[in-house]
Design a protein around this ligand. Structure first.
Ligand code: 7PM
Length: 280
Protein backbone atom coordinates (compact mmCIF):
# COMPACT_ATOMS: atom_id res chain seq x y z
CA UNK A 1 0.00 0.00 0.00
CA UNK A 2 1.35 3.35 -1.07
CA UNK A 3 0.94 5.89 1.75
CA UNK A 4 1.36 9.64 1.67
CA UNK A 5 2.53 11.06 4.96
CA UNK A 6 0.41 14.19 5.12
CA UNK A 7 0.84 16.06 8.40
CA UNK A 8 -1.76 14.72 10.84
CA UNK A 9 -2.95 12.17 8.25
CA UNK A 10 -1.71 9.21 6.25
CA UNK A 11 -3.41 8.95 2.87
CA UNK A 12 -3.74 5.72 0.92
CA UNK A 13 -2.62 6.48 -2.62
CA UNK A 14 -3.56 3.05 -3.98
CA UNK A 15 -6.91 4.64 -4.90
CA UNK A 16 -6.84 8.07 -6.54
CA UNK A 17 -8.39 10.97 -4.67
CA UNK A 18 -9.72 14.46 -5.05
CA UNK A 19 -8.25 17.73 -3.81
CA UNK A 20 -10.98 20.37 -3.69
CA UNK A 21 -9.99 23.97 -4.45
CA UNK A 22 -11.02 26.51 -1.82
CA UNK A 23 -10.05 29.97 -3.01
CA UNK A 24 -9.92 32.69 -0.39
CA UNK A 25 -9.13 35.60 -2.66
CA UNK A 26 -11.60 38.50 -2.13
CA UNK A 27 -13.26 38.02 -5.53
CA UNK A 28 -14.18 34.44 -4.57
CA UNK A 29 -16.61 35.66 -1.89
CA UNK A 30 -19.12 37.58 -3.93
CA UNK A 31 -22.12 36.02 -2.21
CA UNK A 32 -23.97 39.28 -1.66
CA UNK A 33 -22.90 39.50 1.98
CA UNK A 34 -25.15 36.76 3.29
CA UNK A 35 -22.29 35.17 5.23
CA UNK A 36 -19.01 36.47 6.37
CA UNK A 37 -15.88 35.18 4.70
CA UNK A 38 -15.02 32.53 7.29
CA UNK A 39 -18.51 31.06 7.44
CA UNK A 40 -18.60 30.94 3.65
CA UNK A 41 -15.24 29.16 3.57
CA UNK A 42 -16.44 26.64 6.17
CA UNK A 43 -19.64 25.96 4.26
CA UNK A 44 -17.79 25.45 1.00
CA UNK A 45 -15.25 23.21 2.70
CA UNK A 46 -17.97 21.05 4.27
CA UNK A 47 -19.80 20.82 0.95
CA UNK A 48 -16.64 19.68 -0.84
CA UNK A 49 -15.99 17.00 1.79
CA UNK A 50 -19.60 15.81 1.53
CA UNK A 51 -19.17 15.68 -2.25
CA UNK A 52 -16.13 13.43 -1.92
CA UNK A 53 -12.99 15.57 -1.60
CA UNK A 54 -10.18 13.92 0.40
CA UNK A 55 -8.06 17.08 0.72
CA UNK A 56 -8.92 20.80 0.75
CA UNK A 57 -6.52 23.19 -0.98
CA UNK A 58 -6.58 26.72 0.41
CA UNK A 59 -4.95 29.52 -1.55
CA UNK A 60 -4.84 33.27 -0.93
CA UNK A 61 -2.38 34.43 -3.54
CA UNK A 62 -3.41 34.73 -7.14
CA UNK A 63 -0.93 32.63 -9.08
CA UNK A 64 -2.95 32.92 -12.29
CA UNK A 65 -1.23 34.14 -15.42
CA UNK A 66 -1.04 37.93 -15.42
CA UNK A 67 -2.26 38.24 -11.82
CA UNK A 68 -1.11 41.19 -9.70
CA UNK A 69 1.19 40.47 -6.76
CA UNK A 70 -0.35 40.16 -3.30
CA UNK A 71 1.73 41.24 -0.29
CA UNK A 72 2.89 38.61 2.21
CA UNK A 73 0.79 40.29 4.90
CA UNK A 74 -2.29 40.30 2.68
CA UNK A 75 -1.80 36.63 1.85
CA UNK A 76 -1.45 35.74 5.54
CA UNK A 77 -4.52 37.79 6.44
CA UNK A 78 -6.49 35.77 3.90
CA UNK A 79 -5.35 32.23 4.60
CA UNK A 80 -4.44 32.01 8.29
CA UNK A 81 -7.94 32.70 9.67
CA UNK A 82 -9.38 30.18 7.19
CA UNK A 83 -6.86 27.52 8.24
CA UNK A 84 -7.71 28.17 11.88
CA UNK A 85 -11.43 27.94 11.18
CA UNK A 86 -11.06 24.67 9.25
CA UNK A 87 -8.38 23.16 11.48
CA UNK A 88 -10.59 20.43 12.97
CA UNK A 89 -12.81 19.78 9.97
CA UNK A 90 -11.51 16.19 9.88
CA UNK A 91 -9.69 16.23 6.55
CA UNK A 92 -6.16 17.21 5.55
CA UNK A 93 -5.70 20.88 4.69
CA UNK A 94 -3.39 21.93 1.90
CA UNK A 95 -1.96 25.43 1.64
CA UNK A 96 -1.27 26.80 -1.84
CA UNK A 97 1.59 29.23 -1.29
CA UNK A 98 5.03 30.11 -2.64
CA UNK A 99 6.20 32.10 0.36
CA UNK A 100 8.37 30.85 3.20
CA UNK A 101 6.90 33.32 5.69
CA UNK A 102 3.35 32.16 4.92
CA UNK A 103 4.41 28.50 5.19
CA UNK A 104 6.06 29.13 8.56
CA UNK A 105 3.06 30.97 9.99
CA UNK A 106 0.67 28.26 8.79
CA UNK A 107 2.87 25.45 10.12
CA UNK A 108 2.95 27.21 13.48
CA UNK A 109 -0.85 27.08 13.62
CA UNK A 110 -0.71 23.29 13.28
CA UNK A 111 -3.57 23.48 10.81
CA UNK A 112 -1.80 22.56 7.60
CA UNK A 113 -1.02 19.03 6.39
CA UNK A 114 0.30 19.70 2.88
CA UNK A 115 2.23 22.56 1.32
CA UNK A 116 1.23 23.02 -2.32
CA UNK A 117 3.91 25.22 -3.84
CA UNK A 118 3.67 26.22 -7.51
CA UNK A 119 7.34 27.24 -7.32
CA UNK A 120 8.57 23.93 -5.83
CA UNK A 121 10.13 25.56 -2.72
CA UNK A 122 12.28 28.02 -4.65
CA UNK A 123 11.63 30.82 -2.13
CA UNK A 124 14.57 31.42 0.22
CA UNK A 125 14.36 29.17 3.29
CA UNK A 126 11.31 27.24 2.09
CA UNK A 127 13.04 23.84 1.96
CA UNK A 128 14.26 24.22 5.54
CA UNK A 129 10.86 25.42 6.75
CA UNK A 130 9.08 22.40 5.29
CA UNK A 131 11.83 19.96 6.28
CA UNK A 132 11.33 20.90 9.93
CA UNK A 133 7.69 19.72 9.80
CA UNK A 134 5.84 16.50 8.96
CA UNK A 135 3.62 17.92 6.23
CA UNK A 136 3.39 16.59 2.71
CA UNK A 137 4.69 18.67 -0.15
CA UNK A 138 3.57 19.12 -3.73
CA UNK A 139 6.41 20.27 -5.99
CA UNK A 140 5.06 21.92 -9.13
CA UNK A 141 6.88 22.92 -12.29
CA UNK A 142 6.44 26.33 -13.83
CA UNK A 143 8.45 28.26 -16.38
CA UNK A 144 8.84 31.93 -15.49
CA UNK A 145 6.58 33.89 -13.16
CA UNK A 146 2.80 34.27 -13.22
CA UNK A 147 2.88 37.85 -14.53
CA UNK A 148 4.85 36.98 -17.68
CA UNK A 149 5.00 33.18 -17.97
CA UNK A 150 2.44 32.90 -20.78
CA UNK A 151 4.23 35.40 -23.06
CA UNK A 152 6.62 33.01 -24.83
CA UNK A 153 6.87 29.57 -23.21
CA UNK A 154 9.61 27.52 -24.89
CA UNK A 155 10.96 23.99 -24.47
CA UNK A 156 12.96 21.56 -26.58
CA UNK A 157 11.15 18.58 -25.05
CA UNK A 158 8.60 19.73 -22.50
CA UNK A 159 7.96 16.28 -20.98
CA UNK A 160 11.65 15.56 -20.49
CA UNK A 161 12.45 19.05 -19.15
CA UNK A 162 9.53 19.12 -16.71
CA UNK A 163 10.38 15.58 -15.55
CA UNK A 164 14.05 16.42 -15.04
CA UNK A 165 13.23 19.68 -13.19
CA UNK A 166 10.88 17.82 -10.84
CA UNK A 167 13.50 15.12 -10.29
CA UNK A 168 16.05 17.81 -9.29
CA UNK A 169 13.56 19.36 -6.84
CA UNK A 170 12.72 15.93 -5.41
CA UNK A 171 16.44 15.22 -4.92
CA UNK A 172 16.94 18.58 -3.21
CA UNK A 173 14.09 17.78 -0.81
CA UNK A 174 15.39 14.28 -0.07
CA UNK A 175 18.86 15.75 0.59
CA UNK A 176 17.28 18.22 3.04
CA UNK A 177 15.77 15.33 5.00
CA UNK A 178 12.22 15.39 3.64
CA UNK A 179 11.08 11.76 3.45
CA UNK A 180 10.06 10.40 0.04
CA UNK A 181 6.69 9.43 1.61
CA UNK A 182 5.92 13.16 1.93
CA UNK A 183 6.44 14.10 -1.71
CA UNK A 184 4.10 14.68 -4.65
CA UNK A 185 4.98 16.13 -8.05
CA UNK A 186 2.91 18.16 -10.50
CA UNK A 187 3.75 19.17 -14.10
CA UNK A 188 2.03 22.55 -13.60
CA UNK A 189 -0.48 22.76 -16.44
CA UNK A 190 -0.80 26.31 -17.75
CA UNK A 191 2.23 27.63 -15.89
CA UNK A 192 4.47 28.79 -18.74
CA UNK A 193 3.05 26.35 -21.28
CA UNK A 194 1.31 26.67 -24.63
CA UNK A 195 -1.70 24.52 -25.51
CA UNK A 196 0.64 22.16 -27.33
CA UNK A 197 2.96 21.92 -24.32
CA UNK A 198 -0.01 21.16 -22.09
CA UNK A 199 -1.22 18.42 -24.44
CA UNK A 200 2.25 16.90 -24.64
CA UNK A 201 2.39 16.89 -20.84
CA UNK A 202 -1.03 15.30 -20.50
CA UNK A 203 -0.01 12.61 -22.96
CA UNK A 204 3.34 12.21 -21.15
CA UNK A 205 2.17 11.96 -17.53
CA UNK A 206 3.42 8.41 -17.18
CA UNK A 207 6.91 9.41 -18.30
CA UNK A 208 7.01 12.31 -15.84
CA UNK A 209 6.03 10.00 -13.01
CA UNK A 210 8.71 7.53 -14.12
CA UNK A 211 11.44 10.20 -14.30
CA UNK A 212 10.66 11.77 -10.92
CA UNK A 213 9.69 8.56 -9.12
CA UNK A 214 7.00 10.31 -7.06
CA UNK A 215 3.19 10.22 -7.06
CA UNK A 216 1.55 12.67 -9.41
CA UNK A 217 -0.93 15.44 -8.62
CA UNK A 218 -2.63 17.10 -11.59
CA UNK A 219 -4.46 20.44 -11.75
CA UNK A 220 -6.37 21.04 -14.98
CA UNK A 221 -9.77 22.03 -13.64
CA UNK A 222 -11.39 24.88 -15.67
CA UNK A 223 -8.01 25.94 -17.09
CA UNK A 224 -7.63 28.06 -20.21
CA UNK A 225 -6.31 25.07 -22.14
CA UNK A 226 -9.84 23.70 -21.91
CA UNK A 227 -11.20 26.99 -23.17
CA UNK A 228 -8.83 26.82 -26.13
CA UNK A 229 -9.93 23.28 -26.97
CA UNK A 230 -13.68 23.71 -26.52
CA UNK A 231 -14.16 27.39 -27.36
CA UNK A 232 -15.87 27.90 -23.99
CA UNK A 233 -14.77 31.30 -22.69
CA UNK A 234 -16.28 31.03 -19.18
CA UNK A 235 -14.17 28.88 -16.81
CA UNK A 236 -17.11 27.71 -14.68
CA UNK A 237 -18.82 26.48 -17.87
CA UNK A 238 -15.97 24.06 -18.61
CA UNK A 239 -17.31 21.24 -16.42
CA UNK A 240 -17.44 18.58 -19.12
CA UNK A 241 -13.92 19.33 -20.29
CA UNK A 242 -12.67 19.44 -16.68
CA UNK A 243 -14.16 16.05 -15.86
CA UNK A 244 -12.72 14.65 -19.10
CA UNK A 245 -9.18 15.76 -18.27
CA UNK A 246 -9.51 14.57 -14.68
CA UNK A 247 -10.31 11.12 -16.05
CA UNK A 248 -7.47 11.30 -18.58
CA UNK A 249 -5.13 12.29 -15.75
CA UNK A 250 -6.15 9.21 -13.75
CA UNK A 251 -5.56 7.14 -16.85
CA UNK A 252 -2.06 8.68 -17.06
CA UNK A 253 -1.32 7.61 -13.49
CA UNK A 254 -2.31 10.68 -11.45
CA UNK A 255 -3.01 9.87 -7.79
CA UNK A 256 -4.60 13.19 -6.88
CA UNK A 257 -6.68 15.51 -9.06
CA UNK A 258 -7.07 19.13 -7.96
CA UNK A 259 -10.55 20.30 -8.95
CA UNK A 260 -13.24 22.93 -8.44
CA UNK A 261 -16.17 20.64 -9.22
CA UNK A 262 -15.80 17.91 -6.64
CA UNK A 263 -19.07 16.06 -7.07
CA UNK A 264 -18.82 15.56 -10.84
CA UNK A 265 -15.12 14.67 -10.59
CA UNK A 266 -15.85 12.19 -7.83
CA UNK A 267 -18.41 10.40 -10.01
CA UNK A 268 -15.87 10.13 -12.83
CA UNK A 269 -13.26 8.84 -10.38
CA UNK A 270 -15.65 6.18 -9.07
CA UNK A 271 -16.31 4.98 -12.61
CA UNK A 272 -12.58 4.83 -13.32
CA UNK A 273 -11.92 2.93 -10.07
CA UNK A 274 -14.73 0.43 -10.75
CA UNK A 275 -13.13 -0.46 -14.08
CA UNK A 276 -9.62 -1.03 -12.69
CA UNK A 277 -9.99 -4.68 -11.65
CA UNK A 278 -10.96 -5.50 -15.25
CA UNK A 279 -7.99 -3.81 -16.93
CA UNK A 280 -4.58 -5.35 -17.44
C1 7PM B 1 -5.72 30.34 -14.06
C2 7PM B 1 -4.57 29.62 -14.06
C3 7PM B 1 -6.60 30.26 -13.02
C4 7PM B 1 -4.27 28.83 -13.01
C5 7PM B 1 -6.32 29.44 -11.98
C6 7PM B 1 -5.13 28.75 -11.96
C7 7PM B 1 -2.31 24.60 -9.79
C8 7PM B 1 -2.03 24.88 -8.46
C9 7PM B 1 -3.03 26.58 -9.37
C10 7PM B 1 -1.90 23.34 -10.34
C11 7PM B 1 -1.03 22.82 -8.17
C12 7PM B 1 -6.10 27.23 -10.37
C13 7PM B 1 -4.85 27.80 -10.87
N1 7PM B 1 -2.95 25.65 -10.34
N2 7PM B 1 -1.39 24.01 -7.64
N3 7PM B 1 -2.48 26.12 -8.21
N4 7PM B 1 -1.26 22.50 -9.47
N5 7PM B 1 -0.40 21.93 -7.40
O1 7PM B 1 -6.67 26.42 -11.11
O2 7PM B 1 -2.08 23.01 -11.51
O3 7PM B 1 -6.50 27.55 -9.24
S1 7PM B 1 -3.72 28.15 -9.60
Amino acid sequence: MQLLQCGRYKLDLSRPMIMGILNVTPDSFSDGGRYNTLDTALQRAQAMLADGAAILDIGGESTRPGAPEVSVQEEMDRVLPVLEKLKDIGAPLSLDTRRTAVMQAALQLGAVDLINDVSALEDQGAVEAVAASQVALCLMHKQGNPDTMQQAPAYEDVVEEVGQYLLRRVQLCLDAGIAAERLLIDPGFGFGKTLEHNLQLLAGLQRIEAISGMPLLVGLSRKSMLGAITGEAIPSERLGASVAVALLSLQGGAKIVRVHDVKASRQALEVWAALQPYTA
